[in-house]
Design a protein. Structure first.
Length: 225
């Protein structure tokens, strides 16, 4: 219950507040300034939404141990991430960036967006990363059959599967590493396995251990370690 409550609070804070900073540039401003001023650059930045934000919250040791940096913000769409990509990724000079985007686009958090635009936004982030010498790693959207904050969205599972198919095709075509979280988290109906998520969308804290195994291997391959 606590885990779900934290996820909902993070989402609510993002959706109902911060009207003066829609893209949440202020969320990590102080830490970004610290990193830049001390040149304590992370090896990998994780760009994402509440799923990534919760990851850094529940498993801080995973991030500190590997010199990773979490830059997830609850409720954000792929468009939000694209706009803050400069300050939250490029300016931090990581070797690689793990991009997980799309859940909130499917949930219609900010506006209706065509699935193709989600792909375009991820492609744009990958292009920006490569232009700045950062290796992009493309993540699948984790499974979700429905959103507790958007019950009117009925086709989430199928839309996520379709977007993931295109994300993988883009990654394969451009020789990028693709992290398939969806395949290890989804049940036979393409929803989140009940034991792994309290709300059917956000991973439980222990679920991140499975995800970490996948992403560590992806980072190793992407950086030729």
């Amino acid at each position: 219950m606590k885990k779900t409550f934290i996820s909902i609070i993070l989402l609510s804070m993002t959706m109902l507040g911060y009207s003066q900073d829609w893209f949440r540039f202020n969320a990590y401003q102080a830490d970004n300034e610290r990193i830049v001023s001390t040149k304590a650059y992370p090896e990998v930045v994780f760009m994402g939404n509440s799923i990534t934000e919760n990851w850094a919250y529940f498993h801080p040791d995973f991030f500190s141990k590997h010199n990773f940096c979490g830059r997830g913000i609850g409720g954000q769409t792929s468009a939000h991430m694209l706009v803050r990509f400069q300050s939250d990724v490029i300016d931090l000079h990581p070797k690689a960036v793990v991009i997980m985007a799309g859940t909130n686009d499917v949930a219609l958090n900010d506006y209706w967006v065509a699935p193709e635009q989600v792909i375009n936004n991820v492609v744009s982030m990958c292009t920006l990363a490569q232009a700045n010498g950062i290796v992009p790693i493309v993540s699948s959207i984790p499974p979700c059959k429905g959103f507790v904050w958007r019950p009117e969205v009925k086709d989430a599972a199928q839309t996520i599967v379709a977007i993931n198919k295109e994300l993988k095709a883009y990654a394969d075509e451009n020789h990028l590493v693709y992290v398939d979280y969806h395949s290890i988290l989804a049940d036979e109906d393409m929803g989140f396995v009940k034991a792994l998520s309290d709300d059917g969308c956000h991973p439980n804290p222990d679920t991140y251990y499975q995800m970490e195994e996948l992403v560590l291997e992806a980072i190793r391959v992407a950086l030729n370690k």
